[in-house]
Design a protein. Structure first.
Length: 121
């Protein structure tokens, strides 16, 4: 599906059919090489998934929350409730931190819904 979208996009910006086919072939080759480089060891695979953005939505949310300076000192738990749905629980010090945590979670790839159970303490 993403190749179809790429093809439409390239046509829209002035590429002809031959260019689209060539770019699609290049994209497939790059994808195959990236997949071939993916480690087979489970521990390495988990690290690879995290670094490449292929981890779970909850994992990606957790990483974003941990690296955000506004949320320093907060205790926030992230749990997957269903595919695309995560729950935030724990405590924050200020209302702006609660808003920031929910905002980051909602903007994370793979997250469609955020259940906010954060408490301001």
């Amino acid at each position: 599906m993403k190749w179809f979208t790429l093809a439409l996009l390239t046509l829209a910006v002035g590429c002809n059919k031959s260019d689209v086919e060539h770019l699609t072939a290049i994209g497939r080759k790059v994808g195959e090489r990236v997949d071939a480089m993916t480690p087979s060891d489970p521990a390495l695979l988990q690290t690879w998934d995290t670094l490449s953005g292929r981890g779970t939505p909850a994992g990606r949310v957790r990483q974003r929350l941990q690296s955000d300076q506004v949320l320093t000192g907060c205790t926030i738990n992230v749990e997957t409730l269903s595919p695309g749905q995560v729950k935030l629980s724990g405590s924050v010090k200020e209302a702006r931190q609660k808003l920031r945590a929910v905002e980051l979670a909602k903007e994370t790839i793979g997250v469609e819904e955020v259940v906010d159970e954060l408490q301001i303490q």
